[in-house]
Design a protein around this ligand. Structure first.
Ligand SMILES: Nc1ncnc2c1ncn2[C@@H]1O[C@H](COP(=O)(O)OP(=O)(O)OP(=O)(O)O)[C@@H](O)[C@H]1O
Ligand SMILES: [Mg+2]
Length: 313
């Protein structure tokens, strides 16, 4: 077997998927669509939000999800991971001595600890994500999931979130924090178990940033980048001849027809420039690229997410 690189499993066959990308590119939408797809294929799936975003519940019209596993659709659950709650749960699972737990909860020790330890919130969040992905759940009577999908925080500050366990493992050189952080890091960087999907927009800067993000995730963090979703692609509605004709009309006299022709030409040009960005993205990233159409709807709900889910695999 020496020298043969094993083929990693298909994206949805992994246990854990992080959906990442810049702010506002469609991470939540893609995370939910992936969740719907996996659930429709019969996988028991949970979509996790982090840092109190509560976005996925918006798509499903649920007012609030919170730190509970809530069923959204058949085979599909959702949870919003609050770091304070995750920390509480972690301590509860660790400490066997009741009196000590009570003392810890009464004091404001969590807030102090979190304030004094940068990255601790991220660490307990990833710890909870890991816990959800275990078939042998630490939480008593925890539901077993085939797949955990994380609507990851926007990558405004690089790839820090996914690197948290390694950072902690390095700081705490020995002891339980070291070994637990290392276990998290091994899980995240195990290409068989954990995958990453990057969401990008078909514009110049976002394409550049996505290419840089893929490189950092692969080379610095060491995770598997399995897909890049280019989201919000406009349809190409017109041929070149039709566009020439539209341009003539757009130069013409008649007020409302001229306005409509101008709008059509402008949308056509946008669709064309997006195709150019798609070609650039193809040259710059290694992961397979899937395009997702722009849906012309004021607010994307479950139906729209379902439509996108068919384009994802
Ligand atoms: N393919 C699409 N077609 C039309 N609208 C879309 C599409 N994808 C996402 N949107 C819309 O764009 C907005 C941003 O999407 P979304 O909330 O999924 O992005 P995000 O990356 O999670 O943002 P944030 O970084 O703020 O969490 C939402 O209003 C969403 O409904
Ligand atoms: Mg979001």
């Amino acid at each position: 077997m020496l020298g043969i690189i094993p083929i990693p499993p298909e994206l949805l066959d992994k246990r854990l998927i992080f959906v990442t990308g810049k702010g506002g590119v469609g991470k939540t939408t893609v995370a939910v669509a992936l969740g719907l797809r996996a659930a429709e294929e019969g996988r028991r799936t949970i979509v996790c939000e982090v840092a109190s975003q509560e976005n996925a519940s918006r798509i499903f019209d649920h007012t609030e999800v919170g730190f509970h596993e809530v069923e959204m659709a058949e085979n599909l659950w959702s949870i919003s991971i609050d770091p304070d709650e995750a920390m509480r749960e972690y301590v509860l699972l660790q400490l066997k001595v009741r009196a000590m737990r009570d003392m810890l909860f009464r004091s404001r020790i969590f807030s102090y600890l979190a304030a004094a330890t940068p990255g601790l919130k991220e660490l307990v969040t990833i710890g909870k994500i890991w816990e959800l992905a275990q078939l042998d759940r630490k939480v008593k009577k925890g539901r077993k999931y085939d797949l955990v999908i994380v609507d990851a925080p926007a990558t405004g500050h690089g790839v820090g979130f996914l690197q948290t366990p390694r950072t902690f493992a390095a700081i705490a050189r020995v002891g339980p924090i070291h070994s637990q952080a290392q276990r998290l890091d091994s899980f995240l960087t195990d290409h068989e178990q954990t995958g990453v999907a990057i969401v990008a927009l078909p514009e110049e800067m976002p394409v550049n940033e996505s290419a840089a993000l893929e490189r950092d995730l692969r080379d610095e963090v060491g995770v598997a980048v399995d897909r890049v979703y280019l989201n919000g692609l406009y349809p190409e509605r017109f041929t070149n001849e039709e566009t020439d004709r539209l341009r003539e009309v757009a130069e013409g006299e008649n007020g409302s027809v001229r306005a409509a022709a101008r709008a059509a030409v402008s949308e056509h040009e946008r669709a064309r420039s997006q195709r150019a960005q798609l070609s650039r993205l193809r040259r710059r990233v290694k992961a397979p690229i899937k395009t997702l159409p722009f849906l012309f709807e004021p607010e994307l709900g479950p139906e729209a997410a379902r439509r996108l889910s068919r384009r994802l695999a």
